[in-house]
Design a protein around this ligand. Structure first.
Ligand SMILES: [Zn+2]
Length: 124
């Protein structure tokens, strides 16, 4: 488990975009423990991260709290991939209504971990 910096996160996002075919998307990153204003801080005390995706603008805001992830025994990079996968789902039309269902969250946790393993294997 590593401490996630903004530089690390940007590198991982570039890899993610290439791997997932999302090169024409713009990702803005918040790697900090304090939730950003757009992440609805009042309801996010238990969140490790949040994302907001705009399909028409092909842009997404991603927030990851490194220390909250570590506290939950999760690699912050897996949290980052989980949040960016939400964007990939939106891009495929799997968005509002079910993107935050328990089942999707479970699937994204698994996929996030799988992406983390692939990323680490390619970036030793
Ligand atoms: Zn999620």
């Amino acid at each position: 488990m590593t401490e996630l910096t903004l530089v690390d996160a940007r590198k991982a996002i570039r890899w993610f975009q290439k791997t997932m075919g999302l090169q024409d998307w713009k990702f803005r990153l918040w790697i900090q423990d304090e939730p950003p204003e757009w992440a609805d801080p009042n309801s996010s005390s238990s969140f490790m991260g949040r994302s907001v995706t705009s399909v028409p603008w092909k842009s997404a805001r991603i927030w990851v709290s490194p220390s909250r992830a570590v506290k939950e025994n999760e690699d912050p990079l897996a949290t980052l991939f989980h949040e960016t996968l939400h964007t990939a789902f939106w891009d495929c039309g799997v968005g509002e209504g079910n993107s935050h269902s328990e089942h999707v969250e479970f699937l994204l946790n698994r996929l996030g971990t799988a992406l983390l393993m692939a990323y680490q294997a390619e970036n030793k």
